[in-house]
Write a protein that binds this ligand. Structure first.
Ligand code: ADP
Length: 668
């Protein structure tokens, strides 16, 4: 039965038959080929005979390809199948060949939804596919190329990165180099500046400076100060030092310079004497100097820098100060002057040994201001303190004399002079003091005072007697001559005699003091002189003067002075050995001297006083008995004998009398 759809299907088929698109129509389970147009037949490589036959039987070459089963599935399911670029291997004249198709198996359904036909449309896309493949291939190779390129690029990039980093490094290095170069330029500049500055420094330096180059010590840089010391001008620049200053030969300087140059060790000289030529003469200079070697990068000396100062004046000044100090010390030692400096705040003292000794301290003993005050006898302390305070107030010199008690209990007199010293703010902080021991002087003064009191007292006694006698004589002057006259005149005579003796002693003493006791030598007979002297004693019946010895003995001496000695000894015998009836005078002659002795038989002299008998003002104690006298007689005798180059002495024993003797070298 023919339905309108069928007719339309047939019409459609005829239309499809001429369609340039390959078309076929299938029907049934076995996929019978109802229609196939020329284009489809060409694909299959078949002719129209295959129409009406089933798909598998005419196209067995497609068995192992999925087409039949797809068609079967479309028939059974009524589901259209569409494919694009589907490959199919078809038989050609050249054997099986692969082609590509876009195709559709369209299920044409009946009214019940059952598959009635399958419309197969296909168009070959092999070329397009090939083109696609080609494009794919191309794109693949392109990709590879791209990959390669990108790999290459990456490598390039890496390399580039390296390069960049290298470049950066180079850049940094370059920057560094630039910096160093700049620094070098600056350094070089600085060096030049420094050199310039150094030169200026040397030239303008207030101390003598010079730089000597090389091992010949060529004068390189000098300033006026050094030229002045060397007594040279700038013409010496560039010449060796030894050449321009030949006087240095034999002096130590060139040797020292050589050593400094060789060892690279600097040398410092202190107050070294240099003799420098000044015209015809050599001038002595004392120099403080430093030789500083200047070394290159290998530590080799290239030059020596000299810095010097002329200290001649200071050295001379110090020498004269030392000389002055030495003289002062000698003078201070000789005069037993001690000096000290007291730090008033602490009481600490810096004292010379003599100063300490004056207060009874040894040189190594501690001695401070409180020790000094403690040594002063208490009753003097306040007075001294007052003097010191006043000196501080008035910036004056204080002078004082005071007794000090040594640790051994002995008393010594000190004469002190002091002067305050002030700090910068005008506060007295130190006291400079000098002391000397004046005990002897004080004793002498004491003795003088004692002597004057004794002398006036002794002179007063005979003077009173003479005065009384003369007053009495005056009263009876109108009366006739009487026994009283005689007695008074005799008393006056004795008194005047005593006064004369005392005044003689005083005069002799004062002559001795002024060294005016001149001897008048003459030759005389000793025995004669002795027998005539001491008549005043002989006249008194009380005593007997017995003269023994060679009567012809002659001596060369000051007769008057020798007689004075003998009279003095005889007078003493009369005075101190009252009960001795006999007084013996002996003369003895020896090879080169004669000896004269005066012997009494009085009470004698105690051994302990004998050594002092010939001292000035010495008078022994006679146990209550009082004798007129000044203690000068024996002293004057000893001085007369000393002037005659003789000796004087006494032999005595208590109870046995005394023998005073003296010797004279006999001048023939
Ligand atoms: P003065 O003026 O006291 O006599 P001198 O120097 O003559 O002084 O004598 C010193 C002391 O020596 C006397 O004070 C006396 O004590 C002692 N003296 C001197 N001669 C004798 C003597 N012959 N016998 C004992 N004592 C004597």
């Amino acid at each position: 039965m023919n339905s309108p759809e069928q007719i339309e299907a047939e019409k459609l088929l005829s239309v499809l038959f001429y369609s340039p698109n390959a078309t076929a129509v299938y029907k049934g389970d076995d996929i019978r080929i109802i229609s196939a147009n020329q284009a489809m037949l060409s694909f299959w490589g078949k002719d129209r005979n295959i129409i009406g036959k089933d798909f598998r039987s005419v196209l067995p070459e497609l068995d192992d390809q999925p087409f039949f089963s797809i068609l079967k599935n479309v028939w059974d399911s009524g589901q259209t199948f569409t494919a694009k670029n589907y490959p199919a291997v078809l038989l050609t004249e050249n054997g099986p060949q692969k082609f590509y198709f876009d195709f559709e198996y369209k299920a044409m359904l009946d009214g019940e939804g059952k598959t009635e036909y399958i419309l197969h449309t296909a168009s070959e896309v092999t070329e397009r596919q090939n083109a696609v493949h080609l494009v794919e291939e191309k794109s693949k190779s392109e990709q590879k190329l791209i990959d390669d390129l990108s790999a290459l690029n990456e490598e390039y990039l890496t390399t580039n990165e390296d390069l960049v980093s290298k470049h950066e490094e180079l850049f940094t290095a370059n920057t560094e180099l630039l910096k160093i170069r700049k620094e070098l330029i600056t350094a070089n500049h600085t060096l030049r500046e420094n050199e310039k500055r150094f030169k200026t420094l040397v030239e303008k330096s207030p101390v003598a400076m010079a730089s000597l180059r090389g091992e010949k010590f060529e004068v390189d840089i000098v300033n006026d100060m050094v030229l002045q010391i060397w007594n040279k001008d700038r013409s010496i620049i560039g010449k060796p030092l030894a050449e321009v200053m030949p006087e240095l030969k034999g002096q130590i300087f060139i040797d020292i310079l050589s050593k400094v140059y060789r060892t690279g060790q600097p040398y410092y000289g202190k107050e070294i004497k240099a003799l420098i030529r000044n015209g015809e003469n050599m001038t002595e200079h004392y120099l403080n100097f430093a030789y500083q070697p200047i070394v290159d990068e290998n530590n080799n000396s290239t030059s020596i820098l000299i810095v010097a100062s002329d200290v001649t004046e200071q050295v001379h000044a110090r020498e004269s100060v030392m000389e002055f100090k030495n003289r002062l010390e000698i003078a201070m030692d000789a005069s037993r002057l001690g000096s000290t400096e007291v730090h008033l705040a602490t009481g600490a003292m810096e004292s010379t040994p003599q100063f300490k000794y004056n207060y009874g301290y040894a040189a190594d003993e501690e001695f401070n201001y409180s020790d000094l005050y403690n040594a002063i006898l208490p009753e003097y302390r306040e007075h001294i303190r007052g003097l010191v305070s006043e000196a501080i107030l008035t910036n004056g010199i204080y002078k004082a004399e005071y007794p000090v008690k040594w640790k051994d209990g002995s008393i010594h007199w000190i004469q002190a002079h002091g002067r305050p010293r002030y700090d910068k703010s005008g506060v007295a902080d130190r006291m400079v003091g000098m002391t000397t021991e004046i005990t002897d002087k004080k004793l002498a003064e004491q003795r003088k005072d004692d002597f004057l009191s004794v002398a006036s007292h002794e002179l007063k006694t005979p003077l009173t007697a003479v005065k009384a006698s003369i007053q009495l004589l005056n009263r009876i002057k109108d009366k006739p001559f009487s026994q009283t006259h005689i007695r008074l005149i005799e008393q006056s005579d004795k008194g005047i005699e005593k006064m004369c003796m005392l005044i003689d002693d005083l005069l002799n003493m004062s002559r001795l003091g002024q060294d005016q006791l001149m001897l008048e030598y003459n030759r005389f007979n000793l025995h004669e002189m002795l027998s005539k002297s001491c008549n005043h004693v002989r006249l008194e019946d009380k005593y007997q003067l017995i003269l023994k010895g060679n009567e012809t003995l002659e001596v060369h001496a000051d007769e008057h002075r020798i007689e004075q000695v003998v009279v003095n000894l005889v007078n003493n015998a009369v005075k101190y050995a009252k009960d001795s009836k006999e007084i013996h005078i002996h003369t003895e002659s020896y090879d080169d001297h004669i000896k004269i002795s005066v012997q009494d038989f009085g009470e004698g002299i105690s051994e302990s006083v004998i050594p002092h008998l010939f001292d000035r003002y010495y008078r022994a104690d006679h146990f209550g008995a009082s004798y007129s006298g000044l203690g000068l007689g024996l002293y004057i005798c000893s001085e007369i004998i000393r002037k005659h180059s003789g000796k004087i002495g006494v032999n005595s024993k208590i109870g046995e009398g005394s023998t005073f003797w003296f010797t004279m070298s006999e001048k023939k």
